[in-house]
Design a protein around this ligand. Structure first.
Ligand code: HEC
Length: 112
């Protein structure tokens, strides 16, 4: 009986290792660190700064502290990734910029 149990345990281990090979590899999209100063600030200034610059009533997103509060409240993610109505009236952000913004948020939206 003990032997059968051992065989079953071994067989399930083998099966387990077989199915493991079928698991999708983890996304490597956000492995590279995204920099606020070189990547994010540039995207925001160019694509959003026209309406969300200094003195904007809708939030000066070119100011890190303001941008961070919008990220933390979730409104930034909502408008850019869910309702996708920002940039308002303009063409949607290209995939590489969306990816940088997403990864920057995932990495903690640092002022790096
Ligand atoms: C053509 C002008 C314009 C551009 C460009 C623009 N926005 Fe906006 N945005 C607005 C206006 C006007 C509002 C306020 C009205 C509203 O909420 O729809 C707003 C609101 C927002 C809000 C909600 C703020 C809050 O606290 O409720 C966020 C977040 C936002 N924009 C993000 C962005 C981002 C990110 C970009 C660039 C990718 C961008 N916007 C580009 C005009 C613009």
């Amino acid at each position: 009986m003990k032997r059968v149990f051992l065989i079953l345990t071994f067989a399930s281990f083998l099966l387990g290792s077989c199915t493991f090979e079928n698991v999708e590899p983890m996304s490597t999209e956000c492995l590279a660190p995204v920099s606020y100063s070189t990547d994010i600030d540039t995207i925001i200034s160019v694509k959003c700064g026209g309406c969300h610059g200094v003195g904007s009533l809708d939030g000066n997103l070119t100011d890190y502290a303001v941008l961070k509060t919008k990220v933390e409240s979730g409104i930034f993610k909502t408008r850019v990734f869910i309702t996708k109505d920002m940039p308002q009236g303009g063409p949607a952000l290209p995939e590489d910029e969306l990816s940088k913004l997403k990864c920057w948020m995932e990495q903690g939206a640092l002022n790096n």
